[in-house]
Ligand binder design. Structure first.
Ligand code: SF4
Length: 464
Protein backbone atom coordinates (compact mmCIF):
# COMPACT_ATOMS: atom_id res chain seq x y z
CA UNK A 1 0.00 0.00 0.00
CA UNK A 2 1.29 3.44 -0.83
CA UNK A 3 0.66 6.65 0.97
CA UNK A 4 -2.01 8.56 -0.90
CA UNK A 5 -0.38 11.92 -0.82
CA UNK A 6 3.38 11.81 -0.76
CA UNK A 7 4.21 8.72 -2.76
CA UNK A 8 6.83 7.54 -0.27
CA UNK A 9 7.79 4.24 1.19
CA UNK A 10 6.50 4.12 4.73
CA UNK A 11 7.76 2.69 7.89
CA UNK A 12 5.21 0.51 9.51
CA UNK A 13 5.61 0.85 13.22
CA UNK A 14 7.18 2.59 16.16
CA UNK A 15 7.60 1.04 19.60
CA UNK A 16 8.20 2.55 23.02
CA UNK A 17 8.39 1.15 26.54
CA UNK A 18 9.27 2.37 30.04
CA UNK A 19 9.87 0.55 33.32
CA UNK A 20 9.53 2.90 36.30
CA UNK A 21 10.89 1.72 39.64
CA UNK A 22 9.08 4.29 41.79
CA UNK A 23 6.76 6.49 39.78
CA UNK A 24 5.32 9.52 41.55
CA UNK A 25 1.89 8.51 40.33
CA UNK A 26 0.66 5.29 38.82
CA UNK A 27 -0.11 7.02 35.54
CA UNK A 28 3.42 8.38 34.98
CA UNK A 29 4.50 5.38 32.92
CA UNK A 30 1.50 5.63 30.58
CA UNK A 31 1.94 9.39 30.26
CA UNK A 32 5.63 9.01 29.37
CA UNK A 33 4.73 6.33 26.83
CA UNK A 34 2.18 8.72 25.32
CA UNK A 35 4.84 11.39 24.74
CA UNK A 36 7.28 8.78 23.48
CA UNK A 37 4.74 7.57 20.94
CA UNK A 38 3.97 11.14 20.00
CA UNK A 39 7.64 11.54 19.04
CA UNK A 40 7.42 8.38 16.96
CA UNK A 41 4.21 9.34 15.16
CA UNK A 42 6.03 9.58 11.81
CA UNK A 43 6.56 5.80 11.97
CA UNK A 44 2.85 5.01 11.86
CA UNK A 45 -0.41 6.93 11.79
CA UNK A 46 -3.13 4.30 11.46
CA UNK A 47 -3.40 3.02 14.99
CA UNK A 48 -1.91 3.61 18.40
CA UNK A 49 -2.03 1.92 21.78
CA UNK A 50 -0.57 1.71 25.27
CA UNK A 51 -0.51 -1.26 27.63
CA UNK A 52 0.43 -0.95 31.31
CA UNK A 53 1.42 -3.43 34.02
CA UNK A 54 1.31 -3.05 37.80
CA UNK A 55 2.95 -6.34 38.93
CA UNK A 56 -0.44 -8.10 38.97
CA UNK A 57 -2.35 -7.22 35.84
CA UNK A 58 -1.98 -5.78 32.34
CA UNK A 59 -4.34 -3.04 31.14
CA UNK A 60 -4.67 -1.84 27.55
CA UNK A 61 -6.09 0.96 25.48
CA UNK A 62 -5.72 1.14 21.71
CA UNK A 63 -7.60 2.46 18.72
CA UNK A 64 -7.45 3.63 15.12
CA UNK A 65 -5.88 7.01 14.41
CA UNK A 66 -3.09 9.28 15.61
CA UNK A 67 -1.74 8.98 19.14
CA UNK A 68 -3.42 12.16 20.35
CA UNK A 69 -6.76 11.10 18.83
CA UNK A 70 -6.63 7.61 20.32
CA UNK A 71 -5.19 8.26 23.77
CA UNK A 72 -7.06 11.00 25.64
CA UNK A 73 -6.23 12.25 29.16
CA UNK A 74 -9.09 10.18 30.63
CA UNK A 75 -7.58 7.05 29.08
CA UNK A 76 -4.23 7.83 30.71
CA UNK A 77 -6.04 8.17 34.07
CA UNK A 78 -7.12 4.56 33.69
CA UNK A 79 -3.77 3.25 32.46
CA UNK A 80 -2.32 2.63 35.89
CA UNK A 81 0.95 0.75 36.31
CA UNK A 82 4.68 1.27 36.64
CA UNK A 83 5.48 -0.37 33.30
CA UNK A 84 4.04 0.88 30.01
CA UNK A 85 4.64 -0.17 26.43
CA UNK A 86 3.19 1.51 23.38
CA UNK A 87 2.89 1.21 19.65
CA UNK A 88 2.12 3.28 16.59
CA UNK A 89 1.27 1.47 13.41
CA UNK A 90 1.06 2.34 9.75
CA UNK A 91 -0.31 -0.79 8.13
CA UNK A 92 1.42 -4.10 8.08
CA UNK A 93 0.73 -7.60 7.01
CA UNK A 94 -2.89 -7.98 7.86
CA UNK A 95 -4.36 -4.63 6.91
CA UNK A 96 -5.48 -1.85 9.20
CA UNK A 97 -8.31 -3.34 11.26
CA UNK A 98 -8.48 -2.51 14.95
CA UNK A 99 -7.96 -6.16 15.81
CA UNK A 100 -4.45 -5.80 14.37
CA UNK A 101 -3.67 -2.66 16.37
CA UNK A 102 -1.02 -3.07 19.04
CA UNK A 103 0.10 -3.65 21.75
CA UNK A 104 -1.31 -7.14 21.54
CA UNK A 105 -2.19 -8.58 24.94
CA UNK A 106 -2.68 -12.30 25.53
CA UNK A 107 -2.93 -14.81 28.34
CA UNK A 108 -0.65 -17.81 28.54
CA UNK A 109 0.18 -20.51 31.03
CA UNK A 110 2.22 -18.20 33.26
CA UNK A 111 0.05 -15.09 33.11
CA UNK A 112 -0.36 -12.14 30.77
CA UNK A 113 1.95 -10.77 28.10
CA UNK A 114 1.79 -7.62 25.94
CA UNK A 115 3.76 -7.17 22.72
CA UNK A 116 4.70 -4.14 20.63
CA UNK A 117 6.40 -5.08 17.41
CA UNK A 118 8.05 -3.34 14.47
CA UNK A 119 9.17 -5.34 11.49
CA UNK A 120 8.18 -8.23 9.33
CA UNK A 121 8.87 -11.93 9.50
CA UNK A 122 9.63 -13.79 6.29
CA UNK A 123 8.54 -17.22 7.57
CA UNK A 124 5.14 -16.35 9.05
CA UNK A 125 3.24 -18.71 6.75
CA UNK A 126 5.41 -21.66 7.67
CA UNK A 127 5.32 -20.84 11.39
CA UNK A 128 1.55 -20.36 11.35
CA UNK A 129 1.03 -23.73 9.70
CA UNK A 130 3.28 -25.37 12.26
CA UNK A 131 1.49 -23.70 15.16
CA UNK A 132 -1.96 -24.56 13.79
CA UNK A 133 -1.04 -28.24 13.72
CA UNK A 134 -0.35 -27.88 17.46
CA UNK A 135 -3.80 -26.37 17.95
CA UNK A 136 -3.09 -22.63 17.87
CA UNK A 137 -6.02 -20.43 16.82
CA UNK A 138 -5.28 -17.02 15.32
CA UNK A 139 -7.48 -13.96 15.87
CA UNK A 140 -5.39 -11.51 13.87
CA UNK A 141 -3.28 -11.65 10.76
CA UNK A 142 -0.21 -10.09 12.31
CA UNK A 143 3.28 -11.46 12.84
CA UNK A 144 2.89 -10.35 16.44
CA UNK A 145 0.31 -13.01 17.10
CA UNK A 146 2.58 -15.65 15.60
CA UNK A 147 5.30 -14.57 18.03
CA UNK A 148 2.78 -14.59 20.90
CA UNK A 149 1.74 -18.13 19.98
CA UNK A 150 5.34 -19.27 19.81
CA UNK A 151 5.91 -17.87 23.29
CA UNK A 152 2.77 -19.63 24.50
CA UNK A 153 3.93 -22.88 22.93
CA UNK A 154 7.21 -22.69 24.83
CA UNK A 155 5.41 -21.54 27.96
CA UNK A 156 6.52 -24.46 30.07
CA UNK A 157 9.80 -22.51 30.13
CA UNK A 158 10.42 -19.16 31.75
CA UNK A 159 9.52 -16.33 29.38
CA UNK A 160 13.19 -15.54 28.80
CA UNK A 161 13.90 -19.14 27.78
CA UNK A 162 10.74 -19.21 25.67
CA UNK A 163 11.87 -16.04 23.95
CA UNK A 164 15.32 -17.48 23.29
CA UNK A 165 13.67 -20.46 21.57
CA UNK A 166 11.25 -18.26 19.63
CA UNK A 167 14.12 -16.08 18.37
CA UNK A 168 15.66 -19.11 16.72
CA UNK A 169 12.34 -19.92 14.98
CA UNK A 170 11.49 -16.50 13.63
CA UNK A 171 13.23 -15.17 10.53
CA UNK A 172 13.17 -11.62 9.27
CA UNK A 173 13.37 -8.15 10.72
CA UNK A 174 12.01 -7.14 14.10
CA UNK A 175 12.30 -4.83 17.05
CA UNK A 176 10.07 -6.09 19.80
CA UNK A 177 9.08 -4.90 23.25
CA UNK A 178 7.45 -7.48 25.51
CA UNK A 179 5.83 -6.77 28.86
CA UNK A 180 4.68 -9.22 31.51
CA UNK A 181 2.99 -8.16 34.75
CA UNK A 182 6.39 -7.33 36.24
CA UNK A 183 9.03 -7.25 33.49
CA UNK A 184 9.84 -5.52 30.24
CA UNK A 185 11.97 -7.12 27.55
CA UNK A 186 13.47 -5.66 24.38
CA UNK A 187 14.49 -7.84 21.45
CA UNK A 188 16.18 -7.04 18.16
CA UNK A 189 16.60 -9.32 15.17
CA UNK A 190 19.97 -10.92 14.69
CA UNK A 191 21.10 -8.52 11.95
CA UNK A 192 19.72 -5.37 13.55
CA UNK A 193 17.55 -4.53 10.56
CA UNK A 194 14.96 -2.55 12.52
CA UNK A 195 16.20 -0.08 15.15
CA UNK A 196 15.72 -0.25 18.92
CA UNK A 197 17.57 1.74 21.54
CA UNK A 198 17.80 1.99 25.33
CA UNK A 199 17.40 5.19 27.31
CA UNK A 200 17.57 6.19 30.95
CA UNK A 201 15.17 8.62 32.58
CA UNK A 202 16.35 9.45 36.12
CA UNK A 203 17.33 5.81 36.66
CA UNK A 204 14.34 4.26 34.86
CA UNK A 205 14.93 2.34 31.64
CA UNK A 206 13.24 3.08 28.34
CA UNK A 207 13.18 1.21 25.04
CA UNK A 208 12.34 3.07 21.84
CA UNK A 209 12.52 2.72 18.07
CA UNK A 210 14.44 5.99 17.80
CA UNK A 211 16.59 8.10 20.08
CA UNK A 212 14.48 11.20 19.26
CA UNK A 213 11.75 9.66 21.45
CA UNK A 214 14.23 9.54 24.35
CA UNK A 215 15.06 13.21 23.88
CA UNK A 216 11.36 14.07 23.84
CA UNK A 217 10.70 12.52 27.24
CA UNK A 218 13.93 13.93 28.70
CA UNK A 219 15.78 10.61 28.83
CA UNK A 220 19.45 10.01 28.12
CA UNK A 221 20.53 7.70 25.36
CA UNK A 222 22.28 4.64 26.81
CA UNK A 223 22.94 2.47 23.76
CA UNK A 224 21.32 0.59 20.91
CA UNK A 225 20.02 -2.90 21.61
CA UNK A 226 22.54 -5.16 19.89
CA UNK A 227 21.45 -7.35 17.00
CA UNK A 228 20.35 -10.72 18.38
CA UNK A 229 20.21 -9.37 21.97
CA UNK A 230 17.43 -9.62 24.54
CA UNK A 231 17.44 -7.01 27.29
CA UNK A 232 15.43 -7.78 30.40
CA UNK A 233 14.35 -4.91 32.62
CA UNK A 234 12.85 -5.56 36.03
CA UNK A 235 13.08 -4.45 39.66
CA UNK A 236 16.73 -5.51 39.70
CA UNK A 237 17.67 -3.31 36.72
CA UNK A 238 18.75 -4.25 33.21
CA UNK A 239 20.26 -7.56 32.14
CA UNK A 240 21.50 -8.45 28.69
CA UNK A 241 21.28 -11.85 27.01
CA UNK A 242 23.09 -12.17 23.69
CA UNK A 243 20.91 -14.93 22.22
CA UNK A 244 22.19 -14.99 18.64
CA UNK A 245 25.57 -13.88 17.37
CA UNK A 246 25.38 -13.17 13.67
CA UNK A 247 28.51 -12.01 11.83
CA UNK A 248 26.30 -10.05 9.40
CA UNK A 249 24.82 -6.66 10.27
CA UNK A 250 22.03 -5.34 8.05
CA UNK A 251 20.76 -2.01 9.40
CA UNK A 252 17.99 -0.66 7.17
CA UNK A 253 19.66 2.02 5.07
CA UNK A 254 16.31 3.65 4.36
CA UNK A 255 16.06 4.66 8.02
CA UNK A 256 18.93 7.06 7.31
CA UNK A 257 17.70 8.12 3.87
CA UNK A 258 14.09 8.80 4.76
CA UNK A 259 12.21 6.99 7.55
CA UNK A 260 13.81 8.07 10.78
CA UNK A 261 13.69 11.52 12.30
CA UNK A 262 16.76 13.64 11.47
CA UNK A 263 17.33 14.20 15.19
CA UNK A 264 17.68 10.47 15.83
CA UNK A 265 20.97 8.62 16.00
CA UNK A 266 20.74 4.97 15.02
CA UNK A 267 23.57 2.49 15.50
CA UNK A 268 26.06 5.30 15.98
CA UNK A 269 25.08 7.36 12.94
CA UNK A 270 23.10 10.58 13.23
CA UNK A 271 20.33 10.70 10.65
CA UNK A 272 20.67 14.40 9.81
CA UNK A 273 24.42 14.03 9.41
CA UNK A 274 23.92 11.01 7.15
CA UNK A 275 21.50 12.93 4.93
CA UNK A 276 23.84 15.92 4.65
CA UNK A 277 26.68 13.63 3.62
CA UNK A 278 24.46 12.00 1.01
CA UNK A 279 23.81 15.50 -0.37
CA UNK A 280 27.53 16.33 -0.43
CA UNK A 281 28.21 13.09 -2.23
CA UNK A 282 25.53 13.95 -4.80
CA UNK A 283 27.23 17.29 -5.46
CA UNK A 284 30.52 15.48 -6.08
CA UNK A 285 28.89 12.90 -8.36
CA UNK A 286 26.66 15.33 -10.27
CA UNK A 287 27.95 18.88 -10.60
CA UNK A 288 25.19 20.73 -12.48
CA UNK A 289 25.20 24.27 -13.87
CA UNK A 290 22.30 25.84 -11.99
CA UNK A 291 21.24 28.93 -10.03
CA UNK A 292 20.11 27.32 -6.79
CA UNK A 293 19.42 24.14 -4.86
CA UNK A 294 15.93 23.48 -3.55
CA UNK A 295 14.54 20.57 -1.54
CA UNK A 296 11.34 18.61 -1.62
CA UNK A 297 10.56 19.32 2.04
CA UNK A 298 11.08 17.92 4.55
CA UNK A 299 12.63 14.67 3.47
CA UNK A 300 15.00 16.22 0.92
CA UNK A 301 16.07 19.21 3.01
CA UNK A 302 19.17 17.86 4.75
CA UNK A 303 20.54 16.36 1.52
CA UNK A 304 19.80 19.62 -0.33
CA UNK A 305 21.76 21.57 2.31
CA UNK A 306 24.64 19.12 1.87
CA UNK A 307 24.52 19.53 -1.90
CA UNK A 308 24.48 23.33 -1.57
CA UNK A 309 27.40 23.34 0.88
CA UNK A 310 29.54 21.14 -1.33
CA UNK A 311 28.66 22.84 -4.63
CA UNK A 312 28.76 26.42 -3.35
CA UNK A 313 25.31 27.09 -4.83
CA UNK A 314 22.71 28.86 -2.67
CA UNK A 315 20.01 26.80 -0.95
CA UNK A 316 16.58 28.37 -1.32
CA UNK A 317 13.10 27.44 -0.17
CA UNK A 318 11.49 26.91 -3.54
CA UNK A 319 8.76 24.62 -2.25
CA UNK A 320 6.68 25.19 0.86
CA UNK A 321 5.04 22.43 2.80
CA UNK A 322 1.74 22.59 4.59
CA UNK A 323 2.67 20.78 7.78
CA UNK A 324 -0.89 20.25 8.85
CA UNK A 325 -1.90 17.83 6.13
CA UNK A 326 -2.12 14.49 7.85
CA UNK A 327 -2.81 11.15 6.36
CA UNK A 328 -6.19 10.93 8.02
CA UNK A 329 -7.24 14.03 6.14
CA UNK A 330 -6.94 12.34 2.78
CA UNK A 331 -9.96 10.51 1.55
CA UNK A 332 -9.24 8.43 -1.52
CA UNK A 333 -11.58 10.08 -3.99
CA UNK A 334 -10.03 10.85 -7.35
CA UNK A 335 -10.57 14.56 -6.92
CA UNK A 336 -8.85 14.56 -3.56
CA UNK A 337 -5.95 12.58 -4.94
CA UNK A 338 -5.46 15.10 -7.70
CA UNK A 339 -5.46 17.88 -5.17
CA UNK A 340 -3.28 15.94 -2.76
CA UNK A 341 0.15 17.14 -3.83
CA UNK A 342 -0.96 20.77 -4.06
CA UNK A 343 -2.47 20.58 -0.60
CA UNK A 344 0.80 19.44 0.78
CA UNK A 345 3.34 21.38 -1.30
CA UNK A 346 3.32 24.68 -3.11
CA UNK A 347 5.97 26.29 -5.32
CA UNK A 348 7.28 29.71 -4.27
CA UNK A 349 7.00 31.52 -7.59
CA UNK A 350 9.08 34.53 -6.52
CA UNK A 351 12.01 32.25 -5.67
CA UNK A 352 12.03 29.89 -8.65
CA UNK A 353 10.78 32.01 -11.55
CA UNK A 354 13.35 32.17 -14.37
CA UNK A 355 15.82 30.04 -12.38
CA UNK A 356 17.73 26.84 -13.17
CA UNK A 357 16.91 24.56 -10.24
CA UNK A 358 18.54 21.52 -8.71
CA UNK A 359 15.73 19.83 -6.80
CA UNK A 360 16.75 17.24 -4.20
CA UNK A 361 14.51 14.47 -2.90
CA UNK A 362 15.32 11.33 -0.94
CA UNK A 363 13.68 8.80 -3.25
CA UNK A 364 11.26 8.24 -6.09
CA UNK A 365 8.69 5.52 -5.53
CA UNK A 366 5.99 5.64 -8.21
CA UNK A 367 7.11 8.94 -9.70
CA UNK A 368 3.62 10.45 -9.65
CA UNK A 369 4.46 13.06 -7.04
CA UNK A 370 7.80 13.99 -8.60
CA UNK A 371 6.02 14.52 -11.91
CA UNK A 372 3.48 16.86 -10.28
CA UNK A 373 6.16 18.82 -8.44
CA UNK A 374 8.24 19.32 -11.59
CA UNK A 375 5.11 20.52 -13.40
CA UNK A 376 4.24 22.81 -10.51
CA UNK A 377 7.69 24.43 -10.68
CA UNK A 378 7.44 24.87 -14.45
CA UNK A 379 3.97 26.37 -14.10
CA UNK A 380 5.39 29.19 -11.99
CA UNK A 381 8.22 29.85 -14.44
CA UNK A 382 11.21 27.71 -13.42
CA UNK A 383 13.62 27.70 -16.34
CA UNK A 384 15.17 24.25 -15.73
CA UNK A 385 14.44 21.53 -13.18
CA UNK A 386 17.18 18.96 -12.53
CA UNK A 387 16.07 16.29 -10.11
CA UNK A 388 18.75 14.72 -7.93
CA UNK A 389 17.91 11.82 -5.62
CA UNK A 390 19.80 10.87 -2.47
CA UNK A 391 19.16 7.13 -2.85
CA UNK A 392 19.74 4.71 -5.73
CA UNK A 393 16.68 3.68 -7.80
CA UNK A 394 14.15 1.83 -5.60
CA UNK A 395 13.60 -1.32 -7.66
CA UNK A 396 12.71 -4.05 -5.22
CA UNK A 397 10.05 -4.50 -2.53
CA UNK A 398 10.90 -4.60 1.15
CA UNK A 399 10.11 -7.74 3.15
CA UNK A 400 11.32 -6.26 6.40
CA UNK A 401 8.51 -4.04 7.59
CA UNK A 402 8.25 -1.32 4.95
CA UNK A 403 5.09 -1.01 2.90
CA UNK A 404 6.24 -1.87 -0.59
CA UNK A 405 4.43 -4.97 -1.55
CA UNK A 406 4.34 -4.94 -5.32
CA UNK A 407 7.46 -4.54 -7.37
CA UNK A 408 5.56 -3.32 -10.44
CA UNK A 409 4.44 -0.24 -8.46
CA UNK A 410 8.04 0.91 -8.20
CA UNK A 411 8.79 3.04 -11.25
CA UNK A 412 12.49 2.13 -11.26
CA UNK A 413 11.66 -1.57 -11.60
CA UNK A 414 10.11 -1.01 -15.02
CA UNK A 415 11.87 2.11 -16.38
CA UNK A 416 15.50 3.14 -16.70
CA UNK A 417 16.72 6.54 -15.51
CA UNK A 418 16.17 8.25 -18.89
CA UNK A 419 12.62 6.94 -19.10
CA UNK A 420 11.86 8.06 -15.54
CA UNK A 421 13.32 11.48 -16.35
CA UNK A 422 11.04 11.74 -19.34
CA UNK A 423 8.05 10.55 -17.29
CA UNK A 424 8.53 13.12 -14.54
CA UNK A 425 9.31 15.83 -17.09
CA UNK A 426 12.65 16.95 -15.58
CA UNK A 427 15.56 18.39 -17.59
CA UNK A 428 17.82 15.77 -16.07
CA UNK A 429 17.58 13.09 -13.37
CA UNK A 430 20.41 11.70 -11.25
CA UNK A 431 20.41 9.06 -8.52
CA UNK A 432 23.28 8.65 -6.06
CA UNK A 433 25.48 5.65 -6.86
CA UNK A 434 25.39 2.69 -4.51
CA UNK A 435 29.10 3.06 -3.79
CA UNK A 436 28.59 6.78 -3.21
CA UNK A 437 25.75 6.09 -0.77
CA UNK A 438 27.92 3.78 1.36
CA UNK A 439 30.82 6.21 1.18
CA UNK A 440 28.59 9.04 2.39
CA UNK A 441 27.41 6.92 5.32
CA UNK A 442 31.00 6.14 6.17
CA UNK A 443 30.57 2.39 6.38
CA UNK A 444 30.96 -0.79 4.45
CA UNK A 445 28.01 -2.15 2.45
CA UNK A 446 28.07 -5.27 4.66
CA UNK A 447 26.62 -3.51 7.69
CA UNK A 448 23.49 -2.31 5.87
CA UNK A 449 20.42 -3.79 4.27
CA UNK A 450 19.85 -2.06 0.94
CA UNK A 451 17.75 -4.80 -0.64
CA UNK A 452 15.21 -2.36 -2.07
CA UNK A 453 18.01 -1.03 -4.29
CA UNK A 454 20.00 -4.18 -5.04
CA UNK A 455 17.53 -7.06 -4.54
CA UNK A 456 19.82 -9.01 -2.19
CA UNK A 457 17.84 -9.79 0.96
CA UNK A 458 20.18 -10.44 3.89
CA UNK A 459 17.51 -12.21 5.96
CA UNK A 460 15.75 -13.96 3.07
CA UNK A 461 12.60 -12.97 1.22
CA UNK A 462 10.52 -16.07 0.92
CA UNK A 463 7.18 -16.74 2.55
CA UNK A 464 5.28 -13.48 2.05
S1 SF4 B 1 14.69 -3.56 1.86
FE1 SF4 B 1 15.06 -1.32 1.95
S2 SF4 B 1 13.43 -0.52 3.26
FE2 SF4 B 1 13.50 -2.73 3.59
S3 SF4 B 1 14.85 -3.04 5.38
FE3 SF4 B 1 16.13 -3.21 3.54
S4 SF4 B 1 16.88 -1.10 3.20
FE4 SF4 B 1 15.17 -0.96 4.60
Amino acid sequence: MFHEIDDKLHDECGVFGIFMQNPDTMTDAARTAFYGLYALQHRGQESAGIAVADDRHIGLHKGMGLVADVVKPYHIDNLRGHIAIGHVRYSTTGGSALVNAQPLVFHYLKGMVALSYNGNLVNTVELKKRLETYGSVFQTTTDTEVIANLLARYSQDDLEDALNKAMIDIKGAFALIIMTEDRMLGVRDQMGIRPLCIGNLHGDYILASESAALDTVGAEFVRDVNPGEVVVIDRKGLRSLQVINSPRRAHCIFEYIYFARPDSTIDGLNVNQARRELGRQLAREFPIAADMVIAVPDSGTAAALGYAEESGLPFEEGLMKNRYVGRTFIQPTQQMREMGVRLKLNAVAEVVRGKRLIMIDDSIVRGTTSKKIVQMLRNVGAQEVHMVVSSPPTKFPCYYGIDTSRREELIASTMDVDQICQYIGADSLHYISRAGMFKALGSEAEIFCDACFCGEYPAGAEGK
